[in-house]
Structure formats: structure tokens, C-alpha cells
Ligand binder design. Structure first.
Ligand code: AMP
Ligand code: GLY
Length: 378
């Protein structure tokens, strides 16, 4: 089977590393990939949202399956693009269609789904500029801290947590009236603050059955001891010490099953990963958010703990026979630590040379955003 992975992060390198171990693999392509994925397959310099160029590649290389790493192409409808194209319609796409990607693309949609299918989550209301006054009143009924979320994708920056009411009202105004996050904040979800400890549970589903993948926790602050600015994630661990078997069972019963059944009841044929961002509040799971993809850097801690053949599982997703696939997890612990250029997540120097990676024997190195240049040696 020939496979194309879309993306260039550590998540995609972890996918490529795992897929390259499968006996079922023919050729592996990664677009655009990074210096690490070049060791697992062939990088192709195509952007993840350039659907026409992806089509040409899939056609020329006889690709059978496309695994979509980031949310952007999914929210932009890459799966729908394949289904609506005579040349591409039989190629398997792992990742939901536009309607399913809304679980990440619209906070308002995901909150409504949770409410309708009784998935535990923070109490909320959504507002637009036409009812901003009601938004101010709703804020007055809540206690600090106040949680404001831009409805649409805002490059991970669309959630504001504010400690006082005046500030919260002002930010609501900035989001709704002054387009603080552009069109993404034309609708704003205001919700109750959840007190607890966060973790993520990942689900692979063919729309009917599912496999619950190892849980992970990422650490987002840049500084030592969980301090400083937020990042995309400076590291992750799996398993999560405070998510025991009982807790995961609760997540399955109260979150995973109603979510998958809910999507199906809405007429959404969801085939791909669901990333469930959770708060553990005194042993009870509450959903903070859904994402329509795997997490990064969580994938780098989750994928090495999956013993089963990933191609076999992904085929189960595409063919809707995931329930027939065996799924085994390695009991050992995985921890990912992200090394970044100084200054990140603010301004930082790019184009630095990374050396000495060949000497690393006891860890697995996953690359993110790196590239190979000239005679550079890793
Ligand atoms: P999101 O973009 O939805 O993942 O939100 C970003 C971060 O804000 C989450 O990872 C949480 O740490 C925090 N957060 C979001 N919603 C809530 C909430 N209702 N209560 C407490 N923290 C929250
Ligand atoms: N690490 C968080 C995310 O992938 O959204």
C-alpha cells in the first residue's frame, strides 16, 4: 500500500516512523515533511492546503491512502475534495470531512454537540455582535476566572482566561465588535471555568466502532517548572498517572460513546482521529475541546506505545471494519521533550544547524519543522 502523510511536524514524523515499520507499506510520501521524515520515506515539497498539487501527486504515485496530520486541510475540506473527484474518490482519506472537522473548526458546534448528546462539559452560551449585551449579562452570572473562546480556528490563540469582570467584558467587545481574531471571533463561546487537571484522550474511529488510544498529557508552558508563556506543547507523557483505568472507563462511557453516536446521529460519517481535551475534576471527566486530529507533541508519546500495525488500523478506519482489527498497547511509559530555538514562542532565530543526532541511541528523535540543506549531516 502506498501512503501519503500530510504535514511537517513531530506528529507527522511519529506517524511516518511507525508506518515505515509496517510490512504492508509500499511507498511512503510525506508532504511537505521535514528532515526526520526524509529518513522514513520521500518528502515532496507540496503545501498541505494545495489540493490540486496533492491530487497530481496521488495520481502520479498511485497513492492508496492519505493520512492528514493537521486540522487545516480537514477544516478546508480535503476529504470532501477527494470524494467529489472522479480520479480520487476511491483513495482512502484518514481524517473527517468538513462536517466532522467542525468539532474543531467551530467551538459553538462542538459545544452544541456535547449539550445535545449529554457529554459532560462546562456550562456555556454563545454570542454574536447582535446580542453582545446578553453576553455582558451572562458574564455577570459567572464567577471569575472567565473563559472566552473564539468560535473558529485562531492558530491556538483564540481562548482567553480572564480574572476580572471588566477585563472579560472588554475582551468580549474586542472579539465581537473589533474582530480581535478576525472572522474566527464573530461568534464567541463564554463558558464556566473548570477547576481540575488536564489531559487528552485520543480515539481512532471509523464512524461506528472505535479504539481508545493511550492517553497523554502535554505541558504547554515554555519555562522550567510549568512557568512562562503558552506554547503548542513543550513535552508530553503517556500514560497519564492521574488517569487510571476507572477514569478512562468513565471517559469511554460518558464521552467517547456519546460523541461517536452523536456524530452518527447528526448524519456525520466521521473517519479519523478525535482528540478529546479533558479536565479531570475530582475524578470526573469534562470535555474542554475536541480536535479533529492527533495532538502534537502528544502523538510522539502515544504512537511509540502502540504495538499494533498502524496501516492495519487505518485500513480498518477507511473500510469501516475497525472492530475486526487487533489493537495492542505497550505498557511502558513514553515521555517527549521538545527542544526549540531560544526565544520561542516569541521571536526566535530560524535556520540553525542541528548536529549530533546520529549519536542518540536510547531515545527516539522526532523532528518538527526542520529541513535538510545541501550537505548537512544529521
Ligand atoms: P482550547 O484552545 O479550547 O484547548 O483552550 C486552551 C486552554 O484553555 C485549554 O488547554 C485549557 O487549559 C484552558 N481552558 C479552556 N476551557 C477551559 C475551561 N472551561 N476551564 C478551564 N480552563 C479552560
Ligand atoms: N498539543 C496540543 C495540540 O496539539 O493541540
Amino acid at each position: 500500500m502506498n501512503i501519503l502523510i500530510l504535514g511537517s511536524g513531530g506528529r507527522e514524523h511519529a506517524f511516518a516512523w511507525k508506518i515505515a515499520q509496517s510490512k504492508r507499506l509500499g511507498n511512503l510520501y510525506i508532504a511537505p515533511g521535514n528532515a526526520g521524515t526524509a529518513n522514513c520515506g520521500t518528502n515532496v515539497d507540496i503545501k498541505v492546503n494545495d489540493f490540486e498539487a496533492i491530487k497530481k501527486l496521488v495520481w502520479e504515485k498511485g497513492i492508496d491512502m492519505v493520512l492528514v496530520g493537521p486540522e487545516d486541510p480537514l477544516v478546508n475540506g480535503i476529504h470532501d475534495f477527494f470524494l467529489n473527484d472522479d480520479v480520487l474518490k476511491d483513495v482512502a482519506v484518514i481524517g473527517p470531512k468538513k462536517d466532522g472537522a467542525l468539532i474543531e473548526g467551530s467551538k459553538d458546534f462542538s459545544k452544541r454537540l456535547m449539550e445535545k448528546y449529554k457529554v459532560p462539559t462546562a456550562k456555556y452560551k454563545s454570542f454574536t455582535k447582535s446580542n453582545i449585551e446578553e453576553g455582558y449579562s451572562f458574564l455577570e452570572t459567572l464567577k471569575a476566572p472567565y473563559v472566552l473562546k473564539a468560535d473558529g480556528l485562531a492558530a491556538g490563540k483564540g481562548v482567553l482566561i480572564l480574572n476580572n469582570l471588566a477585563e472579560a467584558k472588554n475582551e468580549l467587545k474586542n472579539m465581537l465588535l473589533d474582530s480581535k481574531f478576525g472572522n474566527a471571533s464573530a461568534t464567541v463561546v463564554i463558558e464556566e471555568f473548570l477547576n481540575g487537571i488536564e489531559l487528552s484522550v485520543f480515539v481512532l474511529t471509523d464512524g461506528k466502532s472505535y479504539k481508545i488510544l493511550p492517553a497523554a498529557k502535554d505541558y504547554k508552558r515554555i519555562g522550567e517548572g510549568d512557568t512562562g508563556l503558552n506554547t503548542g506543547g513543550m513535552g508530553a507523557i503517556s500514560p497519564v498517572p492521574f488517569a487510571n483505568e476507572d477514569f478512562i472507563k468513565k471517559v469511554e462511557q460518558k464521552v467517547v460513546i456519546p460523541t461517536i453516536n452523536g456524530l452518527r446521529s447528526e448524519g456525520i460519517d466521521y473517519r479519523g482521529f478525535i482528540f478529546v481535551g479533558l479536565m479531570n475534576c475530582d475524578g470526573e471527566p469534562y470535555v474542554i475541546e475536541y480536535n479533529c486530529r492527533m495532538g502534537d507533541p502528544e502523538t510522539e508519546a502515544v504512537i511509540p506505545r502502540i504495538k499494533s500495525d498502524l496501516i492495519d488500523l487505518l485500513e480498518g478506519v477507511a473500510n469501516q471494519n475497525l472492530h475486526e482489527k487487533s489493537f495492542e498497547v505497550i505498557e511502558e511509559t513514553a515521555a517527549t521533550v521538545v527542544l526549540v530555538s531560544g526565544g520561542y514562542p516569541e521571536d526566535y532565530e530560524k535556520g540553525k544547524l542541528v548536529k549530533g543526532l546520529n549519536g542518540i541511541k536510547e531515545s527516539q528523535v522526532f523532528h518538527s519543522g526542520t529541513s535538510l540543506r545541501g550537505e548537512d549531516v544529521l
